[in-house]
Design a protein. Structure first.
Length: 274
């Protein structure tokens, strides 16, 4: 029986939530181009939610909703770039660690093990603290620490698929190892890697917000959710909305990507839920 998307609530809900997040990020970019999200209006400092400012204002009177939309743009951009780069690195290195000649495969396997010996977030904090504060720095830090789990996953997939009949048939037919990888092995991994990519997006949002919370995030003047939560700590009693709303936005994004990952898993592997 063919699996139908309408019987997959996580996929539909996750896609809808992410669609709203993308729209918010796009709206934030447009509005920010007209008037900076951090524009100050001191008479309205620390004001709570109202008809004029739906989510209230920060300590300098800047509209919190606009800052959240701007933060959504930064989080989605960083998550997309980091996930893409990590998947490419993980796919190449993981495949080499599984199928390359023995000495080469061993070298790549040891490289993966060496990087995984360091706690990823702690290494990202170290790298973020010694590099200039910018989106490029945080992308580099998260890429240098995030590709290892993707490579390990790809290595396990490649080793499992290497003994499948269609791979053995292609080998017996005289196909080169590179052709087998490009034409047979990698296409068979597509479904699992899409699920991993969706999960990775949520993980990168967590990591980016964590670094921003510690003051190691994006450039000054381009607020991120973690930075907004950190700033709101000073006003938890008189203006709790400054931390509550950025925190809810952060949770919203992570849940959305996790729902998408679960929906993709059910869509691409329906037999597992039979």
């Amino acid at each position: 029986m063919k699996y139908k998307t309408k019987h997959n609530p996580p996929l539909r809900l996750g896609a809808a939530l992410i669609g709203l997040l993308v729209l918010a990020a796009a709206a934030g970019s447009v509005v920010n181009a007209i008037s900076p999200a951090t524009a100050q209006n001191l008479p309205e400092a620390l004001h709570g939610p109202s008809l004029t400012h739906w989510l209230g204002c920060d300590a300098f009177g800047a509209d919190l909703a606009l800052q959240l939309f701007s933060g959504a743009r930064q989080s989605l951009f960083i998550a997309a770039v980091v996930t893409t780069l990590n998947m490419i690195l993980g796919l190449i290195i993981g495949t080499a660690a599984a199928l390359a000649p023995r000495m080469v495969a061993t070298a790549f396997t040891r490289l993966i093990d060496c990087f995984m010996a360091f706690p990823g977030l702690l290494l990202a904090i170290l790298l973020g603290s010694i590099m200039p504060r910018s989106e490029h720095s945080i992308i580099l830090a998260l890429c240098l620490t995030g590709w290892t789990s993707r490579a390990r996953y790809v290595r396990a997939l490649a080793r499992g698929l290497a003994h499948e009949p269609f791979i053995e048939a292609a080998t017996a037919g005289g196909a080169s190892r590179l052709r087998i990888v490009r034409r047979h092995l990698w296409p068979m991994m597509t479904g699992q890697l899409l699920v991993q990519a969706a999960m990775s997006m949520g993980s990168v949002v967590i990591a980016e917000s964590s670094l921003s919370f510690l003051g190691l995030g994006g450039s000054i003047g381009n607020p991120s959710w973690g930075h907004l939560i950190a700033e709101g700590r000073e006003y938890l009693v008189e203006a709790p909305h400054l931390s509550i709303f950025p925190g809810l936005a952060f949770v919203y994004a992570v849940i959305a990507f996790n729902l998408l990952a679960e929906g993709l898993r059910q869509r691409l592997n329906p037999s597992q839920d039979a």
